[in-house]
Design a protein around this ligand. Structure first.
Ligand code: C5P
Length: 241
């Protein structure tokens, strides 16, 4: 079983959420969002290290309110950067020697089930680079600034689109090389793609939502009760309808 270091970037400002504080402190499923996210990884036998990246604005609150819990979970705190890429880069420098794979999973995605983590860890162990993603089945329209349709994209032209999620998981040397290439991107897979390495798409689940707005928070609190349980491992295909 490949050992995995998990990086959880939580150092955004959460401005689009509009709560006046970082959304990571909002309650999801009975706990602060970032704790719920971390707990998906901390009791897995294949995870050898968990790094939580927090901004200087949030660090005192995280340490004072949650330091004991984080210590119990074995989570280390890393200082955030100005961009998500910089935040992950800071954590990558702290990954332990034991880790063969590095997993990056946004703190803003607390509704991640063990079976989906199993699937993307397995794919990364086989191919060196994998992410959860959702195939886009709908009709896609481009809009003008005043929210009228300017174009309906033709499926045969845009075909085969997927929406990236996290976890995104990589052989450690592949991710380190991608970050050394010094590019900037909105996700880690793009950095790896830029180095020419193939990246495997693992079909995800719409419940693994990234919380951006208060409506997303309501959705997350509804669906977190419906996630497939680890005890279903081996009984259900992880992406069965
Ligand atoms: O802003 P967005 O929700 O896309 O950010 C995705 C994740 O990256 C969030 O969990 C956020 O806290 C984190 N992030 C970070 N450092 C930044 C910006 C975002 O760790 N500078």
């Amino acid at each position: 079983m490949a050992k995995v270091a998990v990086i959880v970037p939580a150092a955004g400002s959460g401005q689009r959420f509009g709560a006046g504080r970082n959304k990571i402190f909002e309650n999801v499923g009975g706990a602060a969002m970032f704790l719920k996210t971390l707990e998906a990884f901390t009791n897995r036998s294949d995870v050898c290290q968990t790094l939580l990246v927090v901004s200087s604005d949030d660090k005192d609150e995280v340490v004072e309110r949650f330091g004991g819990h984080l210590g119990f979970l074995g989570v280390s705190i890393v200082n955030g950067g100005a961009t998500r890429t910089q935040s992950v880069r800071n954590a990558l420098e702290r990954v332990c020697d034991e880790a063969e794979l590095v997993c990056v999973h946004d703190a803003a995605r607390p509704c991640v089930a063990q079976v989906w983590i199993d699937a993307v860890f397995d794919a990364a162990a086989k191919t060196g680079a994998a992410l959860l993603a959702l195939p886009i089945h709908g009709t896609i329209k481009r809009a003008t600034d005043d929210s009228t349709v300017s174009e309906t994209l033709q499926r045969d032209e845009y075909g085969n689109l997927w929406e990236a999620q996290t976890p995104q998981v990589f052989a450690r040397d592949i991710l380190v090389a991608a970050y050394a290439a010094n590019t900037d991107a909105t996700d880690d897979a793009a950095l790896v793609e830029n180095t020419g390495k193939p990246v495997t798409l693992v079909p995800g689940d719409a419940r693994n939502i990234k919380i951006t707005t208060t409506r997303d928070l309501a959705f997350a609190n509804a669906v977190i009760k419906t996630l497939p349980k680890p005890t279903q491992l081996g009984q259900l295909h992880p992406f069965a309808d």
